[in-house]
Design a protein around this ligand. Structure first.
Ligand SMILES: [Zn+2]
Length: 122
């Protein structure tokens, strides 16, 4: 599982950038880990077929959910990094208004203000 880090102060742009890069690396590592265990599991599948008592470590559906969740989070973080590189960090990508401090403090990769997030759920 991913560890939850204490998010940086949104006004400390360098700390935010470092935190986003770190989170991106962690998510990429998690995805690579999921892929590796999926491959290992398909290699093991022959064995599971002939020895049905040995259950997979976790149900397939859970792996799929974790994978799509991680991919989605990785896309959001990557997107936030790109917006930060473009000098748009902390601005809502829909209305261009500032995203409130509290939202950014809780989720550094947030790219919608609270008003637009309500209208455009991501
Ligand atoms: Zn907005």
């Amino acid at each position: 599982m991913l560890q939850r880090h204490t998010p940086p102060d949104p006004s400390d742009i360098r700390a935010v950038h470092a935190a986003l890069l770190k989170k991106r690396d962690e998510l990429a590592a998690t995805l690579a880990h999921i892929d590796r265990s999926d491959q290992a599991r398909s290699r093991d599948r022959d064995w599971i077929d002939i020895t049905p008592i040995k259950a997979p470590e976790r149900p397939d559906v859970e792996g799929v959910d974790l994978r799509s969740h991680t991919e989605r989070e990785l896309r959001q973080v990557q997107h936030a990094i790109e917006r930060q590189d473009a000098g748009l960090y902390g601005l809502c990508e829909v209305c261009g208004g500032p995203i409130d401090h509290g939202r950014l403090a809780a989720v550094p990769e947030m790219t919608h203000c609270s008003r637009c997030a309500a209208e455009w759920p991501s």
